[in-house]
Design a protein around this ligand. Structure first.
Ligand code: GTP
Ligand code: MG
Length: 270
């Protein structure tokens, strides 16, 4: 099931290396690290390097895209992360009310500093929803957001109020994505730009995984999807290239239902 992809997925452009340096530089002044993780890929969608950075600081894990993930699986993840001593909250990062618990945790992180400012660094892999959460916290469209990986290229400070500052950061992937499983999962969830992977391979790997897990799933495979949506080239041939990109978009718009690709008790290697 986790056979290698013909075109392995890998992406570590210069802005990530630079972003990582900036994050290290600013770390000293940070009270709380908020790691934004796509709730559908809580294992593959976390960067161990960002994990190490937080050290002993207060940390909050925001499981974003709660609306697209399987609710029971997300609750399992929240419990599992809390066993590690972290606060985990499931959120829809586009919604101000949903992110209120993040604001509360940031305020609390000021801890003993009587009059100081609480500084939160928002980190995560590309397209996980960091800038959306910044905007939802600020209640205005201050940071640029878009449905593609690599939108934020520089670290940027925002002031929430007199007591709280937020730092939005560029999404950072591991320098090497470890397994074919992690590669297609990151691709299908939008953590790498569309031109960095073969969409047909990724859509096929997703559906193969789905069938192995839920043999009676009614989610169409790429062929059925392309036929149903009329993806044909001039001459009558099926246009699987465009169909595959549309298939991945449909998955990310929730057209196939709420699907988590990873659970805490998975036995398969990612
Ligand atoms: N369905 C859904 N979409 C979300 C959620 N949060 C963010 N998005 C969408 O996900 C896309 C990416 O959001 P961004 O906030 O730009 O992600 P980012 O982590 O800042 O991305 P980079 O700056 O590229 O690393 C946007 O289209 C958002 O509208 C969510 O909870 N649910
Ligand atoms: Mg961003």
């Amino acid at each position: 099931m986790n056979s290698k992809l013909e075109r392995p997925v890998q992406w570590y452009p210069g802005h990530m290396a630079k972003g990582m340096r900036r994050i290290r530089e600013y770390l000293r002044s940070i009270d709380i690290v908020v790691e934004v993780v796509d709730a559908r890929i809580v294992r593959s969608g976390r960067n161990p390097l960002l994990d190490d950075l937080a050290g002993t600081r207060t940390r909050l894990v925001a499981l974003d895209r709660n609306d697209l993930a399987d609710p029971a699986t997300t609750q399992h993840w929240v419990r599992q992360l809390s066993l590690r001593g972290w606060t985990a909250v499931a959120v829809d990062g586009r919604n101000a009310r949903s992110v209120a618990r993040i604001a509360a945790a940031i305020r609390r992180s000021r801890g003993e500093k009587i009059a100081g400012i609480a500084r939160a660094m928002i980190v995560g892999i590309p397209n996980s929803g960091k800038s959306s959460i910044v905007n939802a916290l600020l209640r205005r469209a201050a940071a640029k957001t878009e449905a593609r990986a690599g939108v934020t290229k520089h670290v940027t400070w925002f002031r929430l109020d007199g007591n709280v500052e937020l730092m939005d950061t560029p999404g950072i992937l591991p320098t090497r994505i470890p397994s074919a499983g992690a590669q297609w999962k990151l691709a299908v969830c939008g953590a790498v730009p569309a031109e960095r992977y073969d969409a047909q391979e990724v859509a096929t790997a997703f559906h193969r995984w789905l069938l192995a897990r839920a043999p009676r799933s009614t989610v169409p495979d790429l062929h059925a999807f392309a036929a149903a949506r009329g993806f044909v080239r001039r001459g009558g041939e099926r246009d699987y290239h465009n169909a595959a990109h549309s298939y991945i978009r449909a998955f990310n718009e929730g057209a196939f239902g709420r699907i988590s690709l990873e659970a805490p008790d998975d036995t398969e290697a990612a």
